[in-house]
Design a protein around this ligand. Structure first.
Ligand code: SF4
Length: 298
């Protein structure tokens, strides 16, 4: 029996992975748009090693782990290198068919690790890290209390590349509000180009009760861009993003317009697709709000 502290979260692409909740919550827990770990029971803590090994043993005997493990919660890379190596070593020993280990991390978690430590973590099984870049605009990053700026995000990305850890970056349409929409989009494209992640996932901001931005929105201090403005942001981001060899997705449920492209080959094709939708200006071409589960009335 695996005891989870709920709710817990994982990227959509980890739906086949066993979720190993080695930490509870997020050590940063400060981003204004985030309502994920706000319950008292989710206060950040690290599970004792014996508990983690017990969870792995139980999952193995119940055949819950097959080949993929996602180490949760919000930023498992905050764990000490020794602890991470011990967990990954135990996983490898216990799960003979283990193919990949992934986790979420903050830019700060990566910068706090030495290059040698990151290399070691990669050699011992960490394949990919999911990072919330959210925006490349330092004004927006400051406002949303992301805890990292443009230059730090580029530096963290370079360290991952050097270690051979795959970088899956998330960016957030609408997070600059109406006011910084255009600046946010331009700077985000630039950040993606300089960071050159292997995967980019664009999400659209959904204002959730419990997140500090919900209060700002209720008080009229934050205005969410209109649907087509979000798509305009997507266009600008794609236009300004040059990946040497990566994938750009906006197929997350939160988005109005799902796109999927291999960069650089399919960049022009997908830009054309976005522009056609902008030109048509027809809501029927967009994913409906009820499907996106938008909280829009308070
Ligand atoms: S967005 Fe990520 S880093 Fe920010 S508070 Fe939420 S879980 Fe933590």
């Amino acid at each position: 029996m695996v005891e989870y502290v709920t709710p817990y979260f994982r990227p959509p692409s980890e739906h086949k992975s066993f979720i190993l909740q080695a930490t509870i919550g997020c050590s940063h827990n400060n981003c204004t748009y985030c309502a994920m770990y706000r319950k008292d029971t989710q206060k950040f803590r690290v599970r004792p090693m014996e508990e983690i090994k017990g969870i792995i043993d139980n999952a193995v005997s119940s055949e819950l782990i097959t080949d993929r493990v996602f180490i949760a919660d919000g930023n498992a890379l905050v764990l000490s290198t020794n602890k991470l190596l011990e967990i990954m070593g135990y996983l490898k020993k216990s799960v003979p068919g283990l193919e990949r280990i992934t986790m979420y991390a903050n830019v700060g978690d990566i910068l706090r690790k030495s290059q040698e430590d990151l290399n070691l973590i990669k050699e011992n099984g960490l394949e990919m890290i999911y990072i919330g870049f959210e925006s490349g605009d330092d004004v927006v990053l400051e406002r949303i209390k992301k805890g990292a700026n443009f230059d730090e995000t580029v530096e963290a990305s370079k360290k991952l590349k050097k270690a051979g850890i795959i970088n899956s970056a998330m960016v957030l349409l609408g997070v600059g509000g109406k006011e910084r929409s255009i600046e946010h989009a331009h700077a985000t494209g630039k950040l993606l180009t300089e960071s050159d992640p292997e995967y980019v996932g664009a999400l659209s901001l959904q204002i959730r009760e419990g997140a500090p931005i919900h209060q700002e929105w209720k008080e009229g201090k934050f205005e969410l861009p209109e649907k087509f403005q979000m798509i305009k942001e997507l266009e600008i981001i794609v236009e300004n993003t040059n990946l040497t060899n990566g994938y750009f997705f906006s197929n997350h449920i939160s988005n109005y317009l799902p796109i999927k492209a291999k960069f650089p080959e399919e960049k022009d094709k997908v830009l054309e697709q976005i522009r056609e939708v902008l030109k048509a200006n027809n809501e029927d071409l967009l994913r409906p709000d009820y499907y996106r589960d938008v909280v829009n009335q308070y």
